[in-house]
Design a protein around this ligand. Structure first.
Ligand code: ZN
Length: 176
């Protein structure tokens, strides 16, 4: 296992559209090791999601995990796409491991249906709601070169972390 370096805001890789993963690559030891390294990196940085472009690999791969009552299970998505967005919006404070020290409010659909492959290359088709749905949308944005900052409709909520802790901490923040 290895901790990977997280690309930060301004790194051009974060603005590229990621390449699809060749399904033949999924079963290789190198790819499986990379998935494990991504989980270790995400957990080491106390995030709940990480996309491959954030560790300077332009491939359509994300890992996510959020323990706890309102969380979701450990999830790997390869070549994912959202095939349906629910009609209701939910607004959350979001942060990002590639955007140090900032939080901002983002409204997103509260439910999505996802197609893709799991870490063994098996097809996935599932619906996610609430925090899981938000995390999926945030991570899939990374695969399309988008950051949560691009999704903010009102930059007035953009907040530095120390001021967030001072004024807004009672509201839950999602650091993805
Ligand atoms: Zn992010």
């Amino acid at each position: 296992m290895a901790l990977l370096t997280i690309a930060k805001l301004g790194n051009p890789l974060l603005r590229q559209v990621a390449q699809a993963v060749d399904p033949n690559e999924i079963g290789t030891q190198a790819f499986q090791q990379f998935i494990d390294d991504m989980f270790e990196t995400m957990q080491g940085a106390e995030g709940i999601g990480l996309a491959a472009p954030q560790v300077s690999r332009s491939q359509q791969l994300v890992v996510m995990a959020c323990p706890g009552d309102n969380g979701f299970p450990q999830t790997v998505l390869v070549n994912p796409r959202i095939v349906y967005y629910g009609p209701h919006q939910v607004e959350n404070w979001e942060g990002c491991l590639s955007v140090d020290g900032l939080r901002g409010k983002v409204a997103r659909p509260s439910m999505v249906r996802v197609h893709g492959l799991d870490r063994h290359g098996s097809p996935l088709d599932f619906e996610a709601t609430d925090l899981f749905a938000v995390c999926i949308q945030h991570e899939l944005d990374h695969l399309n070169g988008k950051l949560f900052l691009d999704r903010m409709t009102d930059l007035a909520t953009l907040t530095q972390l120390d001021e967030f802790d001072r004024f807004w901490k009672k509201e839950h923040a999602t650091v993805i």
